[in-house]
Design a protein around this ligand. Structure first.
Ligand code: HEM
Length: 169
């Protein structure tokens, strides 16, 4: 296998593993851990326990933001964009997915924060559910992008040149 194919595969694995672990971890915290804490711990112990959990979750989660961005941009710029040249729907979906990912990262940073600045924001009911919904929506958009028909980059180049007048003698 050529080295650029191996690199593309490693980037794809990185992106998929990041998605599985961060969205999966978010679902677990939202629907299993936090409800169990509320149901079983006295109010005075909930805050310190939550902070102890988040102090372990943050060093796991934060590096995934970097991995998502690196693998996502690599995947888009070098793998998928050339296969979807001229497909405005594909590029619009990429834009929406990217913006939702920024929202996901921001919400995740606030929801898992243990700092004083975020106290009011993370106390809002529904922040974890919103995080889960955003993560799942991103995965659904990615799935749709994956099954969109591709174009042969050489055909797309020719079409672009003809449209712009290049290559017409
Ligand atoms: C919460 C953040 C994100 C999640 C959960 C997520 C999830 C996914 C998943 C599950 C796939 C399908 C992987 C495959 O089948 O190969 C995918 C593909 C992709 N992602 Fe992400 N992603 C996230 C953030 C990003 C970011 C920040 C970027 C860009 C900078 C990005 C760009 C892409 C691209 C270009 C694809 C390929 C789509 C295609 O197959 O045509 N993603 N993403």
């Amino acid at each position: 296998m050529e080295s650029d194919l191996i690199f593309a595969l490693v980037m794809r694995w990185t992106h998929i593993v990041s998605a599985v672990l961060t969205v999966g971890g978010t679902v677990f915290i939202s629907f299993v851990l936090l409800p169990a804490v509320s149901a079983n711990l006295p109010e005075s112990e909930r805050g310190p326990f939550r902070d102890a959990v988040m102090k372990r979750w943050k060093p796991l989660f934060h590096p995934f933001i970097v991995l998502f961005l690196v693998s996502g941009f690599y995947n888009f710029l070098f793998v998928t964009a050339p296969l979807h040249q001229g497909q405005s729907l594909y590029h619009a979906l990429f834009g929406v997915k990217f913006l939702l990912a920024i929202v996901f990262f921001g919400l995740a940073i606030v929801a898992s924060s243990t700092m004083a600045w975020s106290e009011k924001l993370r106390a809002r009911r529904g922040i974890w559910a919103l995080l889960v919904a955003t993560g799942l929506l991103i995965v659904l958009i990615a799935g749709f992008m994956k099954v969109m028909p591709t174009v042969d980059p050489e055909d797309a180049d020719t079409a672009t040149q003809v449209e712009s007048g290049d290559g017409i003698s």
